[in-house]
Write a protein that binds this ligand. Structure first.
Ligand code: PMP
Length: 410
């Protein structure tokens, strides 16, 4: 082995941290564990039967073409279909604004690659998606967290942060937000908050990166406009994906962004993977055209709606007083806040012993906070298991509360 292996690794590889969630997921592999930990869509929602026929017809009709390289920007037909979806919603955009990526995770990585220099500041919510934070930190970003309230990132605190940074001579590279059914909280920003945040992005002349993997998975309330739509000055770049509305294994996402930023992203993507697999893009084209996309998405939304209801009603029944949680109108996650003095990590180990798992909320806080929070996924576990899992969790929390209280008064 080379003598100075450590010195041989790049700064980027040293910046990359092992995902805390991936580590937790290892502990939950045991099939007896009821896991609310992963961010997995329900496998029942994947259109296996429809794809079976569709793929063999595609191979018969298109042959070798589906196995060939294609443009880095993506298969034109797929880009056109995605574009039409946005244009039908009244969003102004052209083909130059749209690039297909290998999952939106690649989109996040490419955003980091083209925008972040070592030591640059990126603003995100407290809490925020770990995979986004990790992607930006890999390129040396310093994350500056802005607390959230029940409407998402606080606009007042965002402005305070922007002022504080400006006083230090720091201009952040971008603000990262997940406006719909945020991972990890499930919170959605109403239009008014989106406008406030966008106005600040304009006022302080900072790009806004809007990550929208859950946007279409809405089972209640009214859809809110995308920040891309509300913007009129090329300040917003949006990330989309088929992972939660079709199948994550296909690894298809996309970026809807300002042409000048997209040009850089395409060049960066060339050295990442030349192109997103042609085969899966062509499958997506046929799937979108088949009409099954809409009906399957509706089934998925109904399933998650029902699963969320079951979780919420069981939590209502058995969670001890002093514990609160979010009531997401869509997406796949809800977020629990325990009393201040409790630590979710202590609970986690006890929960694993009782064969129930969740993700401790602190991993989503770039400032080391959130020790009394936890993220629960409601899309993956069936109703029967969810009820049992919540009962177990409630008991563990209740027991821990008593212990913590007695420690305080001891
Ligand atoms: N952004 C957010 C907020 C997510 O929750 C996820 C997946 N959990 C992703 C991006 C990445 O999704 P994918 O690469 O599968 O499109």
């Amino acid at each position: 082995m080379i003598s100075d292996l450590k010195g041989t690794f790049s700064h980027i590889s040293n910046n990359i941290k092992r995902s805390a969630i991936r580590e937790i997921l290892k502990l939950t592999q045991n099939p007896e564990v009821i896991s609310f930990a992963g961010g997995l869509p329900a496998p029942e929602s994947f259109p296996v039967d429809s794809l079976d026929g569709l793929i063999s017809t595609m191979l018969k009709e298109e042959g070798a073409a589906v196995l060939q390289y294609d443009a880095t920007e993506g298969v034109t037909e797929l880009r056109e279909l995605l574009l039409k979806k946005y244009q039908d919603e009244g969003i102004e955009c052209s083909l130059d604004n749209l690039i297909v990526t290998t999952g939106s995770q690649q989109g996040l990585d490419l955003v980091g690659k083209v925008l972040v220099n070592e030591g640059d500041t990126v603003i995100c919510g407290l809490p925020s998606y770990l995979g986004g934070i990790g992607a930006f930190q890999a390129y040396g970003a310093k994350m500056a967290g802005v607390p959230m309230d029940e409407q998402g990132m606080s606009a007042d605190l965002l402005e305070a942060k922007l002022i504080e940074l400006a006083e230090q001579g720091i201009k952040p590279k971008f603000i990262y937000v997940i406006p719909d059914f945020q991972n990890p909280t499930g919170i959605t920003m109403p239009k008014s908050r989106r406008i406030e945040i966008l106005e600040l992005a304009h006022k302080y002349d900072v790009l806004l990166v809007e990550d929208c993997p859950y946007r279409e998975v809405r089972f209640e309330g009214e859809a809110q406009p995308m920040m891309y739509e509300l913007d009129n000055d090329d300040h917003v770049l949006t990330l989309g994906t088929f992972s939660k509305i079709f199948a994550p294994g296909l690894r298809i996402g996309w970026i809807l962004g300002p042409e000048a930023v997209n040009e850089k992203i395409v060049i960066a993507k060339q050295s990442a993977d030349l192109c997103t697999p042609t085969f899966v893009q062509k499958i997506a084209v046929r799937y979108l055209k088949s009409g099954v996309f809409e009906s399957n998405l509706k089934k998925t939304i109904d399933l998650y709606h029902q699963r969320r209801d079951v979780m919420l009603s069981e939590m209502e029944k058995c969670m001890p007083k002093g514990v609160s949680w979010t009531h997401p109108e869509g997406g796949m996650f809800l977020f629990i806040t325990l009393p201040e003095n409790m630590n979710a990590l202590d609970l986690f180990h006890k929960a694993i012993e009782k064969k129930v798992a969740f993700v401790t909320g602190n991993v989503f806080y770039c400032n080391g906070g959130g020790n009394n929070t936890m993220r629960l996924n409601f899309s993956y576990v069936n109703n029967e298991k969810a009820i049992e899992g919540i009962r177990r969790l409630a008991k563990i929390i209740e027991k821990e509360m008593v212990t913590t209280e007695s420690e305080i008064f001891a």
